[in-house]
Write a protein that binds this ligand. Structure first.
Ligand SMILES: *[C@@H]1O[C@H](CO)[C@@H](O)[C@H](O)[C@H]1NC(C)=O
Length: 262
């Protein structure tokens, strides 16, 4: 009898450690710093490190980037891809025809699948923490579920190791006040932080955000804001002198459809 109880207790401990979160796989969506279904606009010069893409909307929905078309030698010439002085990487749209542009539909599908995966995670470690106000908190790894909007009115810290995962499920909007900062501590990586937001994301002027934004609607980055992560949005992305730096795409196994020719 004593033996049985001990084994049962050990089983319970094993289950607790097995509850560490599996990564949300981005697949080909993780090959972009910014993806949008309806457009990417910058009000004034932004700095994007990584590729950006729109689909199913066409390239005219990318505005403010001074796009330069890279064409082939057909008559009339066909646009393969575009570049921008504001983007370290390429610009893709559903009306371009380079190999990576031709699989944009797949990347959008992967973005939506990642959203659904994150939204569907069960058994949150924390429910409606701080009534949705993360200001001043230091959060360890885990699944955080909010039935409301979430605000970041003052700096807040995400703390854990480089193996740890954070998934924030937000039923409303995610808003961050001007000049506030998400701070990473202890080796926590932006690529392991997932914000699944059913509403919009708004990052205030001069504020700094960390993580992968999987957004059901729009993402607005106000003047001088920045992100270490990715913006994967199902409607529009608006920027204004913003800096978006993509983290390494961990867990990407297959070689990507590289646009070697352009
Ligand atoms: C919040 O972060 C900003 C930007 O790093 C910093 O300037 C400010 O001093 C921080 N505020 C507090 C209260 O720590």
């Amino acid at each position: 009898m004593t033996k049985f109880v001990l084994i049962a207790a050990l089983g319970a401990i094993a289950n607790v450690s097995a509850a560490a979160l599996d990564a949300v796989k981005l697949h080909t969506a993780g090959d972009y710093a910014i993806l949008s279904k309806t457009g990417i606009t910058t009000a004034s010069t932004s700095v994007i490190k990584g590729d950006i893409g729109v689909s199913p909307i066409f390239s005219p929905a990318i505005t403010g980037f001074s796009l330069r078309a890279v064409t082939n030698d057909a008559t009339p010439p066909i646009t393969l891809v575009a570049t921008s002085p504001q983007v370290t990487g390429n610009v893709y749209a559903a009306d371009y025809v380079s190999p990576k542009a031709l699989v944009l539909t797949g990347a959008i599908g992967d973005m939506e699948m990642a959203y659904t995966d994150a939204a569907g995670r069960l058994k949150p470690d924390h429910l409606d923490l701080g009534s949705g106000d993360l200001g001043g908190l230091t959060l360890g790894p885990g699944l955080y579920k909010f039935g409301t909007s979430v605000s970041i009115p003052t700096n807040f810290t995400i703390s854990g190791s480089s193996d740890d995962m954070w998934i924030f499920q937000v039923a409303g909007d995610l808003t961050m006040a001007a000049n506030k900062k998400v701070i990473l501590a202890g080796g926590a990586l932006a690529s392991n932080i997932i914000w699944q937001v059913a509403g919009f994301v708004e990052v205030g002027a001069g504020a700094h955000m960390e993580g992968i934004l999987l957004v059901k609607t729009a993402a607005h980055f106000r003047t001088g804001s920045s992100l270490n992560g990715r913006i994967l949005a199902q409607t529009a992305v608006t920027l204004d002198s913003s800096t978006v730096t993509q983290p390494p795409h961990v867990g990407r196994i297959l070689a990507q459809t590289a646009d070697i020719l352009v």
